[in-house]
Design a binder for this molecule. Structure first.
Ligand code: ZN
Length: 358
């Protein structure tokens, strides 16, 4: 038995050096014979390893869209006229954009929609800054939404959001920071970044709403808006009120005893919005009717019912540029803010703000 064990031990022993590392074996065995070959191999392995690692690194660190944007200019300030407090303040541009975002879009919207809105708001402000500013108090912009852009300062945000202040504030700051310094350009100039609440399915060519045609404000499809609160709305008016409101605009109207016969056919744009409509034998523009009855949009139908007139609208707002509800729908569907902006503003570019030299 003992002999056998010893023999096995003898047999096992020579195997021991095999357990040493590859490098030791190669180094010990071939050092004296071909040192240059070993060095060349080691070098080749190391180089190959480096190339492989660099390749892997580059693959997993492919630049995201945002990385391609130039660095952010965070020191830009804007002079703001607060029309409620009748004061003028100089604010960092991004602080101002945060206030506009809170004033112009519900904080409950998707982050990417909020980011798109932040870029649109910044672009609007930037275009004002370099384009002569707001004529009120000689400032860059004012807080009157009917004149420039809505603005909600931090105190107003606290009042508006109550217990949700912390969450909403963090979300909106993220939207502003992740797009800081980015604006929308067309042909090298910041665009007139118009936006509205709900398009009702299709946005509008700008010249159908405002005087001038612009190549980047073209009507586009806006999907996924059907569930929005103002997608469709019906308002009813007494026949008397209906007549009076239109008589104020044009006293020449003549009403048929059957009021239904006084409601003519509408001439519509491709989007469905009313260009003109015959009412009481006179021609009214869609905009006149919208304004007279306080309608959500110019995409409407008028129907005479028993003793009332029902006006049903589709969408909410002028319909030009970005639809906020459409942007939110796109974001829910996985689109990023850049996709959203490039969809609603035709042929534009998103790039860093260019600071005008003083
Ligand atoms: Zn203004």
């Amino acid at each position: 038995m003992q002999k056998k064990r010893r023999r096995m031990a003898m047999r096992i022993r020579p195997a021991r050096p095999m357990r040493r590392s590859l490098g030791m074996r190669l180094g010990a065995g071939r050092k004296t014979r071909m040192p240059w070959l070993w060095d060349a191999r080691r070098l080749a392995w190391m180089l190959g390893g480096c190339v492989l690692l660099m390749g892997l690194f580059a693959y997993f660190r492919l630049p995201k869209e945002d990385d391609t944007l130039p660095p952010v200019a965070s020191n830009v300030t804007i002079r703001v006229y607060n029309h409620r407090a009748d004061t003028v303040e100089t604010l960092p541009l991004e602080t101002y954009v945060l206030g506009v975002l809170a004033g112009e879009m519900p904080a409950s919207y998707e982050l990417e929609a909020l980011k798109a809105q932040a870029v649109a708001a910044r672009t609007y402000a930037y275009a004002k800054m370099i384009g002569g500013g707001c004529d009120r108090k000689d400032t860059d912009i004012c807080t009157d939404s009917s004149h420039c852009q809505a603005y909600c300062d931090q105190q107003a945000r606290k009042e508006k959001w109550g217990g949700h202040f912390e969450t909403n504030e963090a979300k909106l700051i993220k939207a502003v920071n992740e797009t800081a310094g980015q604006v929308i350009y067309y042909d090298g100039k910041p665009i007139d970044a118009l936006f509205h609440s709900t398009s009702g399915g299709r946005t509008e060519d700008v010249e159908n709403v405002y005087a001038n045609a612009l190549p980047y404000l073209r009507g586009v499809e806006s999907e996924g808006e059907e569930g929005a609160p103002r997608f469709e709305r019906t308002m009813t008016f007494s026949i008397q009120v209906f007549k009076e409101k239109l008589e104020k605009i044009n006293p020449k109207v003549k009403w048929n005893r059957n009021i239904g016969k006084s409601i003519g056919k509408a001439k519509r744009f491709d989007s469905g919005r009313v260009d003109t409509i015959e009412l009481g034998g006179q021609t009214f523009t869609g905009k006149q009717v919208r304004s007279a009855f306080g309608l959500d949009s110019t995409n409407f139908t008028i129907e005479a019912q028993n003793q009332t007139i029902a006006i049903t609208t589709r969408g909410y707002g002028h319909g030009v540029g970005m639809s906020q509800v459409g942007a939110d729908a796109m974001a829910k569907d996985g689109s990023g803010y850049r996709d959203i902006l490039l969809h609603y503003y035709t042929g534009v570019e998103i790039a860093a703000i260019q600071i005008p030299s003083p």
